[in-house]
Design a binder for this molecule. Structure first.
Ligand code: SF4
Length: 427
């Protein structure tokens, strides 16, 4: 690990980027008619459906000069939308982004141009972000041309950049298809760095590359960070990549950060069950710990209809279960309640069928009574009452949104389990 990566941001440093309560929601239905709900009896419109996809849903962080913040999470958790919203490529729904202490929404034309120069993006798929009909030298020179550099200076700078990213001068006149995936990512890096930006947002820059090429690109990115004094926001689904490049990590789930902290602490002492589950999913070369079964089951829920309370509760292996359930029983109960809510039981409403379909073993007697009551309401078509009956038991994880709270110096986690309660957290 380089000296730079061991350095922590100084308290006195002003953040390069400050992000406050950033939200980006997309309407589910863009057409007016499709956003109206209809009363099936009268045929009259009831209300406008304001459902939206909450891709980014209240993100806060500071990014300090010279550091690398890794943002990690499964695909579909909002990482790429966050990147695009930070750079102004898509308008935020709410919240603020400050660059060097000034809100980006207040930038005049000149400041906007300067921001675009200063904040560059490197995308996942270098093939699709490089115009196949243009020579590599011209692609790298594009930002220089836009900044008014004359041709002789552009050529000189591009040659210098080609060397810095490990390519050769003769590559100047070649086309993107003549390069391997790793080389194309080097071209992307050269283009992004051509006009000396301060901030680079790299969105899955090594995904799709094989392991040895990944290592080369990551090492190159670290060298370039030293040389150019760059600040990185590094987005990836791969925790093992983050461990090698980041100073701090933010773990993202369904549009929110659920845990943030220094990289070493987050890897050795995760304080959020989602982080812990992601870590368990990373293949481990150590034969003593190899084979740890990942507890991360199921898919990320739809961001247009996120779970109540803690958004991770539908998949959380540490879910706090109400008395008198075991965790498995309560998962079964939650599934039944979800289907009641959607009025779509996976069996007929005969009590014995429901009981057999949703529950494997015996339930505590008072839960049996509740389930029976709910099923008889459903059999009568009273879905609301069926739901109300099942609402008798509710986990705090479903009822309340956990806030990001400090668990140690610079380490925050959003979970209802007491941070000192190791027993409850382990599985
Ligand atoms: S709040 Fe509950 S559901 Fe969410 S991570 Fe913590 S234990 Fe799991």
């Amino acid at each position: 690990m380089s000296q730079r990566l061991q350095q922590r941001p100084q308290e006195s440093d002003e953040p390069l980027l400050r992000v406050e309560n950033l939200k980006k929601h997309f309407p589910v239905n863009s057409g007016f008619i499709s956003s109206i709900r209809w009363n099936s009896d009268s045929g009259f419109p009831l209300e406008l459906d304001d459902k939206s996809v909450r891709a980014v849903d209240g993100v806060n962080f500071d990014l300090y000069p010279g550091e690398t913040l890794g943002v990690v999470g499964e695909s579909g958790c909002g990482k790429s939308t966050l990147a695009r919203t930070l750079l102004g490529l898509t308008e935020p729904t709410d919240g603020a982004v400050e660059f060097r202490g000034t809100r980006t929404t207040t930038f005049d034309r000149g400041a906007k141009r300067e921001f675009r120069r200063n904040a560059q993006m490197v995308f996942q798929d270098p093939q699709s972000s490089l115009n196949p009909r243009r020579k590599v030298g011209n692609i790298i020179a594009d930002p220089l041309e836009a900044a008014g550099w004359d041709e002789a200076k552009r050529r000189e700078r591009v040659r210098e950049l080609l060397g810095q990213v490990g390519l050769k001068e003769e590559h100047y006149g070649r086309y993107p298809h003549e390069f391997s995936g790793g080389q194309r990512q080097r071209i992307n890096l050269a283009r992004a760095l051509s006009i000396n930006p301060d901030l680079v947002i790299a969105d899955e820059p090594v995904s799709g590359l094989d392991m040895s090429v990944q290592a080369q690109i990551l090492s190159l990115m670290q060298d370039l960070q030293e040389e150019y004094g760059l600040t990185y926001l590094f987005i990836t689904h791969d925790l093992s990549v983050i461990r090698n490049v980041a100073d701090r990590v933010a773990v993202m789930y369904l549009g929110d950060f659920v845990e943030t902290g220094p990289v070493d602490r987050l890897f050795t002492e995760p304080h959020h069950p989602y982080t812990r589950a992601l870590l368990d999913s990373v293949p481990n070369p150590d034969p003593d710990t190899r084979g740890v079964e990942s507890k991360l089951v199921g898919d990320v829920p739809s961001p247009s209809d996120p779970p109540s309370g803690c958004k991770f509760h539908t998949r959380c292996p540490s879910l706090i279960v109400p008395d008198p359930f075991t965790r498995d029983e309560y998962r079964e109960y939650m599934e039944l309640r979800g289907d009641m809510r959607d009025e779509s039981l996976q069996t007929d409403t005969d009590p014995a069928s429901v009981r057999a379909h949703y529950f494997e073993g015996n339930l505590p007697a008072r839960v049996e009574e509740t389930v029976e009551r709910a099923v008889s309401h459903a059999a009568d078509g009273n879905w609301d009452e069926a739901q109300s009956a099942l609402a008798e038991y509710l986990s705090p994880c479903e009822a309340h949104v956990p806030e990001l709270e400090s668990v140690d110096d610079g380490h925050l986690s959003a979970c209802h389990i007491d941070s000192d309660d190791r027993e409850a957290f382990s599985w």
